[in-house]
Design a binder for this molecule. Sequence first.
Ligand code: PLP
Length: 503
Amino acid sequence: MNAIEFGSNLLARLNPRVAGAVERSLKRVPFVRAKLDEEYDKMLAGMDPQLHPYRSTVPAQRRLPAAGRPRDEILREMRELAGLEEPRWRDGFVSGGVYQGDAGHVAFLNEISALNSQANPLHADLWPSITKYEADIVSMTAAMLGAGSPGAERVCGVVSSGGTESIMLAMKTYRDRARAERRISRPEVVAPVSAHPAFDKAAQSFGIRMIRVPVGPDYRADVPAMKARVGRNTIAMVGSAPGFPHGVIDPILELSEVARRRGIGFHTDACLGGFVLPWARKLGYPVPEFDFRLPGVTSMSADTHKFGYAAKGTSVVLYRTPELRRHQYFVSTDWPGGLYCSPSFAGSRPGALIAACWAAMVACGEEGYLDATKRILETATEIKRGISELADVSVFGDPLFVIAFGSETVDIYRVLDHMAHRGWALIGLQKPPAVHLCVTLRHTQPGVAARFLSDLRASLDEVKATPKEKGGMAPMYGLANTVPFRGVVGDLLKKYLDLLYEP
Ligand SMILES: Cc1ncc(COP(=O)(O)O)c(C=O)c1O
């Protein structure tokens, strides 16, 4: 038992607020601080080789080369590294991550990016083509998500750099609207615990109090519990379609009605589902309403760089009205550099990514998305069925394509480790411990679902056969899941980030 485990066991019975205060005081004691640092370093040392696999073969570039290196040499080196990393995602070993990845599709997007590599929509006068592409992306996404239905005739939006930026933009927008229209100076947002950490990032960044509400036994947002937390300072409520951890769709209709009756905003986070659910519904899968067809939904996020099959680095944030979107904009009128305005957080933005996103969407078309969704959902059904036939694991909730599973009989984090030894990059969940696979087009290739299931079976057998086995990531996941000191876990994560920047 290490020092952190020992301390955790000792204080696990305290109420979390007291435990938090004890933790903060303890961390100020130099001996405890030093002991914690020692434990962090020990835990992270095991990860170092995995995070820096090229250390011995490709020297770190610690400063600019005195003279520029030849282009062909640079290309050769970078091709080699990309080539080493490609098979894992290409062959469908990764949860989420790469959502399309077909060689022809990737080559097409690369060609479009190359064509537009110098473009920047900040200079709308120089690249009106990018401005047009962005407006088209917003319109196409909005039309897919209920724009044009009664009461949703004016849906509008902006292209951002990813799901996190879309969510942060929406939260900033609600804060600024509440400040301007309701004089709310201590804004609050009510969200289920399952909603993405991007909401906490927004809260931390914009001085919003994030109220996280436990989910129900089906892992979906608990409507009465969320309603009970709405107060005078609430600026918006949140639901996911679906949520990242368990892939289940929150009761958006009921939640958004609570918000509508209270006259506050409601954000549907469809970063994962925006480009899947409309097609799933067309295919006859049971998909509850989640978009602008619901009068209470006032904003949405939908990620083009996930199931929109664009290159990495784009997402769409949508608003019911242009008046709401205007609270997102930034303008500066007195800068000596001239009049300045920008729609999102970035100033300059990569026109190449917007162009590639537009190209991905129009190249896919409705038929392309429908066909992709059909293949993904059929594969997910096969995997869910296979998991349900295994004695030691069970699927959480009733998901469509993000399949979380846990176990009452084996340590699921050790199963995660054994799957990793077989090449799988799955996601470890916590509270409760579980593992998930987000099914993408990569998994629809012949034999991938069967390989996943046979590897899972073999991993379960190995874990059961070696109950005393130590090592791997399982202890770290286990610790992170049970330790009451969330500050300690947070410190560990910051150390992990430091480690990434080590040469
Ligand atoms: C439901 C949901 N929302 C938001 C995000 C954040 O997206 P990004 O990683 O593009 O910032 C994710 C990412 O997986 C997600 O699954």
